[in-house]
Ligand binder design. Structure first.
Ligand code: ISL
Ligand code: CA
Length: 593
């Protein structure tokens, strides 16, 4: 070795030594021990272990008798929410809004909707959540704003207004809309604005103009408003239709095969990843957050590109394959259990240790879970709601419970168009029924299965008038007539209620790492009645057996597998372990093997 090489080797060794010492120092400054991964390689995170409860404020609890749920109402029910065993609350939009789409059309992102209360009420709510060691995530609706937002009021004034480029304006093309895009709420996605004689884009209602994310000033505004709420101490965001924020270059026409499923064309635009990474750099990475994107129009193979932790975009997304299993476009269809199982298997294969899933069966845009995936007839409503709770809380992914599902609330028996509030329903009526394209009877029959309003009827608190939701003679949307039989006050006092079962299941999940992080395996994919799967973490293995039918089934576990020790069941059987499991209709069991 010549002398120069010898010297530089010493220098290099010294340098490496210093770097290593520095690295050790800085990591110990952050946390005393680096967090160990689970036996199967996951980084533990609070948002992977959490159970989320979605509150739709308008329908939750009315504190002042105006017929509309409000923030004080939610604060008064925090113990009830905690009693379900959840530890994160997702609040649907609570911002100032003219309510063309119940708050998903925001007029002022920094103001509380007057109907819901004041900023002081919001601060009280957040304080109450924190006192109970729970967390609060907000709805971030930034693909579009309200047309009553100050930005849009400016933008529409003139072509050279400084806010013009906050939205997406185009001149007419051959006397028509700039392209053939359709709105999710019927009709074209463009509206001609007389002030400048140009069209603006609205993928949803006319009162929901799409923001122009290609404008860096728009992005900066969004990051600022996010920080406004995060600095108050909220713990993250559910991001409304976030895959739509980047529009396709040149706004090309919808190809014919996308007309019935335009969301797959609008989603995943060319700059989506760039904008999410920027948002992550500018905002998300500075806080300890939960982020979940409403990934309407995202396919499973695209999912890892949004949630792989090494890419620094989102923590999780909602994939709609299961909740939309019963739809062909907007029409109801009967799905099968093997179809549902196939989706979960594909999801689990698509996501590796760097990604994380969500599990949800309903929300404010879907019908009630027990009426859709269970059986809401008197004989089976309770066991089937508990079976669905068992599934929700033992599949792999962060579970989201929609308000009222913990009580087994059911679909509303709609018979007339006047009973609906939803803009999607009203616009569809005008576009399809009043034009004679669809018969009124067929339209209502379909809505009885699919309408978003099923989930939006008021929470059923007790058997007093208006189910204890409000002292008003008429709440904004009618209470389900079954509230005398299905309500919280009855369920809270009953150890065998659906509410009590949720509570028990949630706590069981919380103390069982295998149910959070364990590998998932479907044991019997083709079985049309039984859903049987295992969750395995190191030496811990749990078996879940669900009878998705009202029939009794004598079930032989595949491959001579033994069930193990019964941990939880929705029907108290206490049966001894045998090679055959004698399952009653809608029975659910969890075993430790
Ligand atoms: O019911 C739907 C329309 O057919 C849903 O597909 C829904 O519009 C879609 O999932 C996007 O939902 C979100 O954005 C909408 C809002 O109406 C929904 O309530 C919200 O969850 C526009 O902000
Ligand atoms: Ca109120």
């Amino acid at each position: 070795m010549n002398f120069r090489i010898f010297l530089s080797t010493i220098a290099l060794t010294l340098m490496l030594f210093t770097v290593a010492a520095f690295a050790a120092d800085s990591s110990s400054a952050q946390s005393s021990t680096p967090q160990a991964t689970t036996a199967n390689g996951y980084q533990p995170k609070w948002w992977k272990e959490g159970i989320v409860y979605q509150v739709y404020p308008r329908s939750f609890k009315d504190s002042n008798g105006d017929g509309i749920g409000d923030l004080k109402g939610i604060t008064s029910k925090l113990d009830y929410i905690q009693g379900i065993g959840v530890n994160v609350i997702w609040l649907s939009p609570h911002y100032d809004s003219p309510n063309a789409d119940n708050g998903y059309d925001i007029r002022d992102y920094r103001k509380v909707m007057a109907e819901f209360g004041t900023m002081a009420d919001f601060d009280e709510l957040l304080k109450g959540v924190k006192q109970r060691h729970m967390r609060l995530i907000l709805d971030l609706v930034v693909n579009h704003s309200s047309d009553e937002h100050a930005w849009f009021a400016e933008s529409r004034k003139s072509k050279d207004n400084p806010y013009r480029d906050y939205y997406i304006w185009r001149p007419a093309k051959d006397g028509h809309e700039p392209n053939n895009w359709v709105s999710f709420f019927s009709g074209p996605a463009w509206k001609l604005d007389p002030a400048t004689n140009e069209y603006y884009l609205h993928l949803f209602a006319e009162k929901q103009p799409d923001l122009n994310w290609d404008n860096r000033r728009v992005r900066a505004e969004v990051y600022d408003l996010m920080k406004f709420w995060l600095d108050k101490g909220v713990d993250g965001f559910r991001m409304d239709v976030i895959p739509f924020i980047s529009k396709r270059e040149g706004l090309p026409d919808l190809p014919p095969d996308y007309r019935m499923r335009p969301h797959y064309f609008y989603a995943m635009g060319p700059h989506l990843h760039e904008y999410l990474q920027e948002m992550n750099r500018e905002v998300l990475s500075k806080y300890d957050l939960m982020t979940v994107g409403e990934a309407f129009g995202v396919t499973l193979d695209q999912t890892p590109t949004l949630v792989d932790e090494r890419r620094n975009e989102l923590n999780m997304i909602f994939n709609f394959d299961v909740v939309r299993l019963n739809r062909d476009g907007r029409q109801w269809r009967d799905s099968t259990l093997p179809e549902m199982k196939a989706i979960y298997t594909t999801q689990n294969k698509a996501l590796d240790v760097h990604s994380w899933n969500t599990i949800f069966l309903s929300n404010h845009d879907n019908p009630r879970v027990v009426s859709t995936f269970g059986d809401d007839s008197p004989a089976f409503r309770v066991p089937s709601a508990k079976l669905l709770a068992t599934m929700l809380l033992t599949l792999k992914g962060t579970p989201f419970i929609y308000q009222g599902d913990e009580l087994g609330m059911t679909n509303y028996p709609f018979t007339r168009i006047e009973q609906f509030d939803d803009i999607e329903v009203k616009n569809g009526w005008k576009a399809d029924v009043l034009t004679g394209k669809v018969k009124a009877g067929d339209y209502i029959a379909n809505l009885r299965k699919t309408s978003r309003d099923h989930s939006r009827t008021p929470m059923q608190w007790d058997s007093s008038p208006q189910a204890g939701f409000s002292t008003a003679a008429q709440p904004w949307l009618a209470v389900n007539p079954n509230y005398k039989d299905i309500n919280a006050s009855q369920e809270l006092g009953d150890p065998n209620s659906i509410y009590s079962y949720f509570s028990k299941m949630s706590r069981f999940r919380e103390k069982t790492p295998a149910l959070v992080y364990g590998d998932y395996e479907d044991l019997d994919p083709e079985n049309a009645k039984i859903f049987a799967y295992t969750r395995t973490l190191g030496k811990d293995k749990y078996l879940v057996v669900l009878n998705f039918s009202k029939d009794a089934v004598a079930y032989n576990l595949p491959g001579g597998l033994k069930a193990g020790a019964l941990q939880i069941s929705n029907l108290a059987t206490g049966e001894e372990e045998t090679p055959v499991l004698n399952l009653k209709g809608w029975e659910a069991r969890v075993y430790k093997q």
